[in-house]
Design a protein around this ligand. Structure first.
Ligand code: SF4
Length: 291
């Protein structure tokens, strides 16, 4: 399970298909882009927004993809917890999805994040992700096995939409949910007004603004690292280059949003969701209740 921030991390010449083949040469059965599950959660977040934002005073605190942001709210701003959408992270969604389709699978998340190692062990979501590696650790694995990803075969599976791909950079979640909401609820009376914070200092500042009532946004996106996941502590590229690669990869997606992505619709049907709206019905594999 490769994090959305992977583009360019293993050199410019390493395409998603070459990276998949490189991982297979190390012994993995396959490589799935977590961006595909970020797509599904984007769809869920759009419907959560539509359900919860009914007055000008309502707001949501996203993104569920960043454990530092979620931990900050739970520890220091607990009165705001009810505003977190009840969703697992794309990493956990991906792990659960794989294990639903292939119960004996061992799942390994690979990304730029150290906090994901702790998230995978949190009691209420444990079991979805068996191991977490960083990009640096994956590169060390390639080096130790004398595998050059740029020389591998191009084993391409192009499944994610632009929405899921840009989760890698700050502002990506907001743009993804905005575009998806525009597709599924074009006539909404109250539009999505997003504000982003990246880095813990900015995240705290935005949450303080919420408490003091000085913020007019109704969709607040927090990412613990400066720049978002492309600025994660175990990235290989600079934040600027990582952002550029993420944006470029998003621009090359065949589908713009998850509602236009046939792989999302097919996967949801395989998971037992009859309609996309049923993503927010009751408890399901993508639900997480925060306290
Ligand atoms: S922003 Fe940083 S802490 Fe948050 S998920 Fe991304 S890499 Fe991890």
């Amino acid at each position: 399970m490769i994090a959305p921030a992977f583009m360019g991390q293993f050199s410019q010449a390493v395409t998603p298909g070459k990276l998949r083949d490189a991982f297979k040469r190390t012994g993995f059965s396959g490589m799935i882009e977590v961006a595909l599950f970020a797509d599904i959660l984007t769809l869920k977040e759009a419907f959560e927004f539509d359900r919860h934002i009914l007055t000008e005073k309502d707001f949501l605190l996203t993104s569920c993809c960043c454990p530092l942001w979620i931990a900050l709210i739970r520890k220091l701003y607990s009165q705001l917890v009810p505003h977190i959408p009840p969703s697992v992270s794309p990493m956990v969604a991906c792990g659960r999805g794989i294990k639903t389709l292939c119960p004996s699978a061992v799942t390994v998340f690979i990304g730029p994040c150290m906090a994901k190692k702790a998230e995978a062990r949190e009691a209420d979501i444990a079991g979805a992700v068996d191991h977490v590696l960083t990009f640096e650790e994956a590169q060390a694995l390639f080096d130790a096995m004398h595998i050059k990803p740029e020389r591998c075969d191009d084993d391409l599976r192009d499944h994610s939409s632009a929405a899921g791909r840009i989760y890698a950079r700050v502002g990506g979640v907001s743009r993804a949910v905005q575009a998806t909401l525009n597709r599924v609820r074009p006539d909404r009376r109250i539009p999505l007004r997003a504000v982003q914070a990246d880095g813990m200092r900015e995240c705290k500042a935005v949450l303080n603004d919420v408490l003091s009532g000085t913020i007019t946004a109704n969709f607040l996106e927090g990412m613990g690292c400066p720049g978002g996941c492309v600025g994660g502590p175990r990235r290989i590229l600079s934040v600027e280059d990582g952002t550029r690669y993420a944006d470029d990869y998003g621009a090359r997606a065949v589908s713009g949003t998850p509602i236009d992505n046939p792989y999302v619709i097919e996967l949801l049907q395989r998971f037992g969701f009859d309609t996309v709206e049923s993503l927010i019905d009751g408890e399901n594999m993508f639900t997480r209740r925060f306290s």
